[in-house]
Design a protein around this ligand. Structure first.
Ligand code: RB5
Length: 151
């Protein structure tokens, strides 16, 4: 069973229930890493890091992150080695970021898209397949950048 870590800040919380429901309907085992309220202001890097580390360690296969725009939480997640977190705002981007970038996390904006759009985006990304081939060379180049940064 595919295990998916889900995390958000207060700005992304509006999407969380829809995202979790959709993932469960798709057959995923969901690990909810918080937060649990739209009313209490929290810091998105904490949730971005928690989900990213769960995916990078192999504890989870994939992740979905949500903040106000999806941007801050994706920037935080992308600091973790092995994470390819993509901000997506429509189903075309969602499908293509799995096909070409093998994005292991998508990041959504609670102030940018509706819960219904989030459901469609999660479905498009989750059901898409990584195409490999020429795209693998480019992903290997991204991994090489990570390796060079750690020297
Ligand atoms: C929180 O107000 C907001 O900055 C955050 O949710 C996110 O949009 C950051 O990128």
């Amino acid at each position: 069973m595919t295990r998916v870590a889900v995390g958000c800040d207060h700005g992304g919380y509006v999407l969380k229930d829809s995202v979790i429901k959709t993932l469960r309907e798709l057959g995923a085992d969901v690990v909810d890493m918080g937060c649990d309220s739209a009313e209490i202001s929290v810091d998105y890097p904490k949730y971005g890091e928690a989900v990213a580390r769960a995916v990078a360690s192999g504890e989870c296969d994939l992740g979905v992150l949500m903040c106000g725009t999806g941007i801050g939480i994706s920037i935080a997640a992308n600091k973790v080695k092995g994470i390819r977190a993509a901000v997506v705002t429509n189903t075309y981007m969602a499908k293509l970021t799995k096909n070409h970038n093998d994005a292991n996390i998508i990041a959504l904006g609670g102030r940018v898209i509706s819960p219904k759009e989030a459901e469609e985006i999660v479905k498009a990304w989750y059901t898409a397949q990584y195409e490999g081939g020429r795209h693998q060379r480019r992903i290997d180049m991204i991994s090489e950048i990570e390796r060079n940064e750690q020297r």
